[in-house]
Design a binder for this molecule. Structure first.
Ligand SMILES: NC(=O)c1ccc[n+]([C@@H]2O[C@H](COP(=O)([O-])OP(=O)(O)OC[C@H]3O[C@@H](n4cnc5c(N)ncnc54)[C@H](OP(=O)(O)O)[C@@H]3O)[C@@H](O)[C@H]2O)c1
Length: 310
């Protein structure tokens, strides 16, 4: 009799666990990308450029935003074979009036906004003592405040349509705040928290919020010397194309958080969450004074290049 009771209890517990798993499983998205209107910030280079190509190949109608108008025109030419329509709107995301003009341009041209990709971003490396206060403000504004303000503007048409998707491009630095980029990590943790809170706020409205957390990716943001070092450590450096394609795959599967960087990064994120002390010890081992000195050098080159581009 005792055994029979255990058998019944075990069966009931398994059924409950199975039901819970099915209940919590992400739902496939009803989004149709063909003809969807997609606003991409930071579309002039790197991952944003790859998003433009990936969405264009699925028949989306694009709105490309970044500061460099000529670079946006290059992207327009690159995606022209696939994209039905492309609107280039030179925009500095740190200017609220320009953000309003961007959303208005999309609405005037297409009459709707289906997907917003908050991708524009800046990085800074090295010790906090060597961070310039102006650049710190610019980074917090570009990576976080601008994404929040642009999301707010896009929510108005999306809520009226009762459909839409906000894709916030954060970083694995938002899960594993590393010693060599304290301010950058702060902005990326903030963007994940914003996405999580907003997702809860928007439940039942038809508007979805997705966090994308790229790991090291082969763009101008990661200097060649840094990429070499990352590979030497046995980590992967993804291509922007892979990040864009995996994002679309995750978006359509209904994933809320799309993580990159392979097993090592996933393990790092798990360690950080459950055993922060061990994560701190691991970083002590990785971020040696030599590495921090290399970061200062890389930072100087990155900042000089950014000034050259402007
Ligand atoms: N590469 C990586 O390893 C990596 C890893 C994790 C997360 N991410 C994130 O992925 C996103 C894209 O990075 P990426 O690697 O593609 O970098 P990237 O090649 O340096 O491109 C950055 C983009 O942001 C735009 N941007 C910067 N400031 C802007 C502003 N004030 N207004 C409008 N656009 C601005 C740039 O365009 P303009 O200069 O023309 O304005 C450019 O298109 C960022 O959010 C980054 O934090 C990257």
């Amino acid at each position: 009799m005792g055994r029979f009771r255990w058998f019944l209890l075990g069966g009931a517990a398994s059924a409950a666990a199975y039901w819970l798993m099915r209940y919590l499983r992400p739902e496939h998205s009803p989004l149709v990308l063909n003809q969807a209107v997609v606003i991409i910030t930071g579309a002039s280079a790197g991952i944003g450029r790859a998003y433009a190509l990936a969405f264009a190949r699925r028949g989306a109608r694009l709105v490309l935003a970044a500061r460099r108008a000529e670079a946006l025109e290059e992207v327009r030419a690159e995606v022209a074979t696939y994209a039905a329509e492309v609107l280039c709107v030179p925009t500095d995301v740190n200017d609220d009036a320009q953000l309003e003009a961007l959303v208005q341009a999309a609405l005037d041209h297409y009459g709707r906004v289906d997907i917003l990709i908050n991708n524009a971003g800046l990085v800074d490396y090295g010790t906090l003592q060597n961070h310039h206060p102006r650049r710190t403000r610019q980074m917090v504004s570009t990576n976080l405040a601008s994404a929040i303000n642009l999301t707010r503007l896009c929510l108005i048409p999306m809520l009226a349509q009762r459909s839409g998707a906000i894709i916030n491009v954060s970083s694995m630095a938002g899960k594993i705040p590393t010693a060599h980029q304290p301010v950058y990590a702060a902005t990326k943790v903030g963007l994940i928290a914003f996405s999580d809170a907003l997702r809860r706020q928007l439940e039942g409205t038809g508007v979805r919020v997705v966090s994308v957390l790229p790991s090291y990716t082969d763009t101008e943001m990661v200097a060649p010397a840094m990429q070499d070092y990352v590979r030497e450590m046995g980590l992967t450096v993804d291509t922007p194309h892979y990040v864009a394609e995996r994002t679309i795959d995750g978006l359509l599967k209904g994933e809320q958080e799309i993580l990159f960087g392979g097993a090592v990064m996933l393990f790092g994120a798990w360690l950080e969450r459950h055993f922060p002390l061990l994560a701190t010890l691991a970083q002590r081992y990785v971020f040696t004074p030599n590495l921090m000195a290399m970061m200062e050098q890389i930072k100087a080159e990155y900042v000089a290049k950014a000034k050259e581009k402007r």
